[in-house]
Design a protein around this ligand. Structure first.
Ligand SMILES: Cc1ncc(COP(=O)(O)O)c(C=O)c1O
Length: 398
């Protein structure tokens, strides 16, 4: 056992320095009855939109709502196919299915764990153009492909330039799954500038689940976009299809951002840039501590075009389960994101994929291990984690 248990994530400490401000949000809501909608929601939407360099931000109930509403508002229809990756949280594909579309997978890049643009190109190359409907049709399912959902995983952007080029070439919409990447940046060689995730595709979805880089004290999410009409549609979808009380131009959902959560998020947002910097510093320390072990451990790869915000710090090791068990016995929390790729999940057995279809994702799933990562993780905690990790790796190698 290490001297003191080290959690995988610390959701308590960050609230200490702002406890009074957070409690004031609840007091304000109780005093004004502003529980649903109102200035706290609008204020946060403006601030988060600004943070993402995005013209519009619409607060919703969760990241899953954000993805679902963004896809619907971006014009994905029942019967369509939407392309994404198998190494992501199931919410990415749930949202696709809940729109009435079907997910189609392309493999990830083995080093970045995000959508492999070449695999996307290959997949699109297998599709054919339906001249009558002027649509790209999947050979796999016969369905029209309408969108691509690249996932900015573990706090690092997907390689967006080639993905956007392919989308443009085939007239497809790109909706970013930015649920793990608040503040991550991507250098667009085409536009010759750094872009914030959430400002790159047609629309983007964010989750403010408590453990995210910007986390609510409950459930929350947001859609960002530069497209005024898309933003208007998301606003209607989140609120029963109405833009005026009891006037419904369509059916929608109950998917609004809770006002107390918006107030809380507004306070935490002021700390996000600093917290992200602390995460990057912690990642640099892990890199340094682990650099001598490159033969047995793979550390996260940050290409020149990425500035990651390390929502997770994910290493790879052959004896992942053994290492994890040993760390757990030493009181060190870890995670696996994710242990089973989506195409092999029982929930998607109907899609007809099989083992071997996406080798990069499958191999990654069996080797990845997320080490403790949160802004206030101390150098001493990291040293302890790495010491324990290396003692296990050495014992396994001996
Ligand atoms: C990649 C990804 N997409 C979507 C979601 C869904 O977000 P939420 O849990 O807020 O619905 C998450 C949340 O864990 C996520 O990590």
């Amino acid at each position: 056992m290490t001297q003191k248990a080290i959690p995988f994530v610390d959701l308590i400490a960050p609230h200490h320095e702002m406890a009074e401000e957070l409690i004031d949000v609840v007091r304000h809501a109780l005093a004004t009855a502003e529980f649903v909608g109102g200035p706290m929601v609008e204020g946060f939407e403006q601030e988060f939109g600004r943070f993402c360099d995005s013209r519009y931000c619409v607060g919703v109930g969760s990241g899953t709502d954000a993805l679902r509403f963004a896809l619907m508002a971006a014009g994905v229809h029942t019967g369509d196919a939407v392309i994404t990756v198998p190494n992501t949280f199931i919410a990415t594909t749930e949202a696709i299915s809940q729109v009435g579309a079907v997910p189609e997978f392309v493999d990830i890049d083995a080093r970045t764990y995000t959508m492999h643009p070449e695999k996307l190109r290959e997949h699109l190359g297998t599709c054919h153009i339906d001249r009558t409907a002027n649509k790209l049709r999947s050979r796999r399912t016969g369905r029209p492909i309408s969108a691509i959902v690249p996932v900015h995983l573990y706090g690092q952007a997907a390689d967006m330039d080639p993905i956007l080029d392919l989308a443009e070439e085939h007239d497809l919409t790109v909706v970013e799954d930015a649920c793990q990447a608040h503040g991550a940046e991507y250098f667009s060689g085409k536009r010759r500038c750094w872009l914030k995730t959430g400002s790159i595709g047609k629309a983007a979805a964010f989750s403010f689940y408590p453990g995210k880089n910007l986390g609510a004290c409950g459930e929350a999410g947001a859609v960002t976009t530069d497209d005024e009409e898309l933003a208007r549609n998301v606003r209607m979808l989140r609120d029963h299809g109405q833009n005026q009380k009891y006037v419904h131009s369509m059916e929608g959902y109950n998917g609004r951002l809770d006002a107390i959560q918006a107030g809380i998020l507004g306070i935490k947002l002021k700390h996000l840039t600093r917290w992200n910097k602390m995460r990057r510093e912690a990642a640099a320390r892990y890199h340094q501590l682990l650099s001598a072990w490159a033969s047995s451990l793979v550390v996260p790869y940050e290409p020149a075009w990425a500035r990651a915000v390390y929502h997770l710090y994910v290493i790879r090791t052959h004896d992942r389960d053994g290492v994890r068990e040993q760390l757990s016995q030493s009181g060190i929390g870890t995670g696996i994101h994710y242990p089973i790729p989506l195409h092999l999940q029982k929930a998607y057995s109907n899609l007809g994929y099989k083992s071997g279809d996406f080798p990069n994702a499958e191999k990654a799933c069996s080797e990845i291990l997320s080490l403790p990562m949160f802004p206030t993780i101390s150098p001493q905690q990291q040293s302890e984690i790495v010491e324990t990790l290396l003692s296990v790796s050495e014992a396994t190698a001996a």
